[in-house]
Design a protein around this ligand. Structure first.
Ligand code: MEV
Length: 309
């Protein structure tokens, strides 16, 4: 047709960020309170894009769109379509650079939009290959967890280099997510741990191993519906991530606010050093109190939802 759309939701890492880069498992959830929609429109002229920070020819786009450009060109090459007379327009409620999977979601929505536009069947393998191109530009050498969680409609158990495993669970508790409002740089946060592992390998190794154990325990807590245990694991994961140097005062303050308001636990989610935190509450009433406390502590945006699936 003359126009088609593609959508993608955000993601949240429940446990295992950073350690997942070193081969430990991680648990991630689709986060559909934030979304991206792409419209692909037939339009005379150069291949163009219209997003939150740039509108114009894709060939003249700033560096942060170079991954998307490479991804789009590879799709058109694969489909044997000319790289012109197309306009790609993005509408997004996923804040950029906050650990919610914005970069992976942009790529996923664009791939789906282009395949819908050309009325082609998209396999999961092709989708992953195209999104990986964009993600490599955005994050250097990502584990792939963002892409997998953005593609999945279920929670996932993820290990680098392996197929993501659906991990459906139903927990009668609430998750409260708060955005610090501060942008982070995933490649830099990942790089800082790499550097620390050069100067202080013992500390880094033991934190990474403990984070891996925490993910195994969290997986069991989800199945056993043990929210108290999961909350304690959130706190411990946050402490280990702090040892690795990826938390900061702002994230610590949000976690402390959530805990004082009655959260069972709180941790940073995603790469850290900005971005978001997640916290666990035992009832809707507690979740509202925690959300209010996070707002009062200066969070830019707060979401809360039941983990009952
Ligand atoms: C970012 O959402 C998760 C990190 O573990 C990086 C990665 O896995 O590529 C920090």
């Amino acid at each position: 047709g003359n126009t088609a759309t593609g959508t993608a939701h955000g993601k949240l890492i429940l446990a295992g960020e950073h350690a997942v880069v070193y081969g430990q498992p991680a648990i991630a959830l689709p986060f559909d309170h934030v979304k991206i929609e792409t419209a692909v429109i037939q339009k005379q002229g150069p291949l163009s894009i219209d997003c939150r920070f740039y509108k114009g020819a894709l060939d003249k786009a700033p560096e942060r769109l170079h991954g998307i450009r490479a991804c789009v060109k590879e799709i058109l090459r694969t489909l044997k379509k000319p790289a012109e007379n197309l306009a790609i327009k993005l509408e997004s409620t996923i804040p950029i650079g906050r650990g919610l999977g914005s970069s992976a979601a942009v790529a996923v929505a664009i791939v789906r939009g282009l395949y819908a536009f050309f009325e082609k069947q998209l396999t999961k393998m092709e989708l992953e290959r195209f999104v990986q191109i964009a993600e490599n530009f955005a994050h250097g050498n990502p584990s792939g967890i963002d892409m997998m969680a953005v593609i999945s409609n279920d929670p996932i158990w993820f290990e680098k280099g392996k197929a993501a495993r659906p991990l459906p669970f139903s927990l009668p508790f609430y998750l409260v997510v708060a955005d610090s409002g501060r942008v982070h740089n995933t490649a830099m946060a990942v790089g800082s741990i790499r550097e620390k592992s050069g100067s202080d390998p013992k500390t880094v190794e033991s934190a990474i191993n403990r984070l891996g154990e925490i993910v195994h325990e969290a997986g069991r807590a989800l199945i056993e519906k043990d929210g108290l245990h999961l909350g304690r694991l959130f706190n411990e994961a946050h402490a280990q991530l702090s040892v690795l140097g990826v938390s900061d005062e702002g994230l610590n303050a949000l976690c402390a606010a959530a805990r004082s308001a009655g959260a069972l636990g709180a941790k940073l989610t995603g790469a850290g050093r900005g971005g978001c935190i997640i916290s666990l509450a035992e009832s809707r009433k507690k979740a509202l109190a925690v959300a209010q406390a996070l707002q009062n502590a200066g969070a830019a945006q707060v979401w809360q939802f039941s983990l009952e699936g």
